[in-house]
Design a protein around this ligand. Structure first.
Ligand SMILES: NC(=O)c1ccc[n+]([C@@H]2O[C@H](COP(=O)([O-])OP(=O)(O)OC[C@H]3O[C@@H](n4cnc5c(N)ncnc54)[C@H](OP(=O)(O)O)[C@@H]3O)[C@@H](O)[C@H]2O)c1
Length: 231
């Protein structure tokens, strides 16, 4: 049975990804900073949930140790948790710069913390995949024209850089590392005016993870439709 780990599983995209993999008969280990209603929503024997704050070394390490006690490998690790606080929406004159630390700690360092602690389990898989849910907001060349969201955009650019380094670092282990823009989705973060349902994005991301023709030497950022995006 495939083991899938998803952070931010109580959120819009995270729970849809969990549903997708559960519908395939996979075992899903979901983590989030809040339980929310996820355990009522996903009542499935193959789903287990843990409270994990990806900004906290100890929380990540404790949860990783528990996973080591339960399973011998992780086939797909999806770093999906992320934040876009109200402070990010402020113009520079009103923006609290120190507020950006939390955004960096969550969106850029959080995935690195989780990957570091779970890497051994991913290496134990026959075909391990690490997926960093990024954003077009982190593309330097094809940036979404924001004049706000300094911290969010900068944190996703840092996540993209992290993905490039990991792609290179894990090439010899034949672990695929994907950095994916999920589209503008109707979630708490994306708002209701967004054009894309998170369930549709999740379906496409699962397809991408399964079928993407991965070239270990061609390090790419792509969107949920398997379209390559400029870094
Ligand atoms: N929605 C979009 O249009 C869009 C576009 C591009 C990229 N993305 C990316 O897609 C991913 C999923 O976003 P979403 O739209 O599904 O947002 P969402 O509904 O807000 O889900 C994000 C989840 O991450 C959790 N989280 C926040 N901080 C955490 C922490 N320190 N530790 C563990 N979990 C934490 C959130 O919990 P709380 O709600 O309790 O904070 C929430 O459950 C994010 O990485 C986001 O940057 C989204």
């Amino acid at each position: 049975m495939k083991n899938i780990v998803i952070t931010g599983v109580s959120g819009g995209l995270g729970r849809c990804l969990a549903e997708e993999y559960l519908s395939e008969g996979c075992q899903v280990f979901g983590f989030d900073i809040n339980e929310d209603d996820i355990c009522n929503y996903l009542q499935n024997d193959n789903f287990s949930f843990g409270i994990m704050d990806i900004t906290d070394d100890i929380s990540v390490k404790d949860n990783a140790q528990k996973l080591f006690g339960k399973i011998g490998h992780i086939d797909i690790l999806i770093n999906c948790a992320g934040i876009l606080p109200k402070n990010s929406e402020k113009r520079l004159e009103d923006f609290e710069v120190s507020g950006a630390l939390e955004v960096f700690n969550t969106n850029a360092l959080g995935p690195l913390r989780v990957t570091k602690q779970l890497l051994k389990l991913v290496k134990n898989s026959e075909a391990g995949v690490i997926v960093n849910i990024s954003s077009e907001a982190g593309s330097l060349q094809a940036h979404a024209d924001y004049v706000i969201r300094y911290d969010y955009c900068m944190s996703k650019a840092a996540l993209n850089m992290q993905s490039i380094i990991l792609q290179r670092y894990l090439e010899e282990d034949e672990i695929r590392v994907l950095a994916v823009h999920p589209g503008w989705m109707q979630t708490r973060m994306g708002g209701q005016e967004a054009p894309l349902k998170p369930s549709d994005s999740a379906k496409q991301i699962k397809r991408l993870i399964t079928h993407h023709q991965y070239d270990y030497h061609n390090r790419v950022l792509m969107d949920y439709n398997d379209k390559i995006r400029p870094w």
